[in-house]
Write a protein that binds this ligand. Structure first.
Ligand code: C5P
Length: 237
């Protein structure tokens, strides 16, 4: 496999084509953004930690029967993945209230949400990722009804698997975001799962160990990500 042209540069990752039309290289950079890219900082080791973290989680999800784009870890900062036709809608599950839900509804941070909430957001930084629902997806043609139902099913399944995984590591999976795409017509998990796109709290202290440390200027961003990786048994060095 040979890495070829840069196809797309996102806020934290760069995507490259390869000599195989079905495969891409994801490069995890040290950039960390908040406020839809309004604030960006670099943190040493963050790209490496998120790349290895993501590979570990995607492998667990694949083992649990969730189709993912992950093929292989290529280097500290790169992974080989299947090329998906991405759906421009983000799936969010919330097990506890935090972030935009607290802002929107004024409920108390940490409130248990049972059953967990499922939200959809349009992936569009310029519009600040507006919240949408199933009928918007159908009317605007972002994803078919059947594929959206499958995305929802897989997101709930991932929540089951990951809530248990993090709980066993002494962490609460508060909420997380997943992005899907199609590979040969099959709904497949893409993008990444890392502390950049999930909220993880220490079970004992309720300390935040995710990107909220950056959003809220709490410090120790990469140290928290590394601590989470260590507790899960992700090999970093
Ligand atoms: O901002 P909000 O509270 O709606 O985020 C819910 C979850 O989805 C959080 O874990 C957040 O990190 C993640 N998220 C994300 N990318 C976005 C929006 C939310 O990773 N564009």
């Amino acid at each position: 496999m040979q890495k070829r042209a840069e196809l797309y540069r996102g806020k934290a990752k760069t995507v490259y084509s390869t000599d195989n039309p079905d495969l891409l290289v994801l490069e995890f950079r040290n950039d960390t953004s908040a406020g839809d890219g309004a604030r960006i900082e670099q943190f040493d080791r963050k790209g490496m930690v998120n790349n290895k973290f993501n590979h570990f989680i995607m492998t667990r999800l694949q083992e649990a029967g969730i189709p993912t784009q992950m093929e292989a870890l290529l280097s500290d900062n790169e992974a080989l993945v299947k090329k998906l036709e991405m759906v421009p809608v983000e799936c969010v599950i919330r097990n506890r209230a935090a972030g935009s839900l607290v802002k929107r509804l004024g409920v108390e941070e940490g409130m248990l949400l049972s059953p967990p909430l499922f939200d959809l957001f349009l992936k569009d930084d310029a519009k600040h990722d507006p919240m949408v629902n199933e009928s918007y997806c159908e009317t605007f043609g972002w994803v078919s009804k059947a594929n959206l139902a499958r995305m929802q099913e897989l997101t709930y399944k991932a929540n089951e698997v990951l809530s248990k995984l993090f709980d066993d590591a002494g962490l609460i999976l508060v909420d997380f975001k997943l992005e899907f795409g199609l590979f040969n017509g099959e709904v497949t998990l893409g993008d990444e799962f890392s502390p950049d796109g999930a909220r993880l709290w220490d079970k004992e202290t309720m300390d935040k160990m995710d990107k909220d440390r950056f959003r809220q200027s709490l410090g120790g961003v990469v140290e928290a990500y590394e601590a989470v990786a260590h507790r899960l048994g992700v090999k970093l060095d």
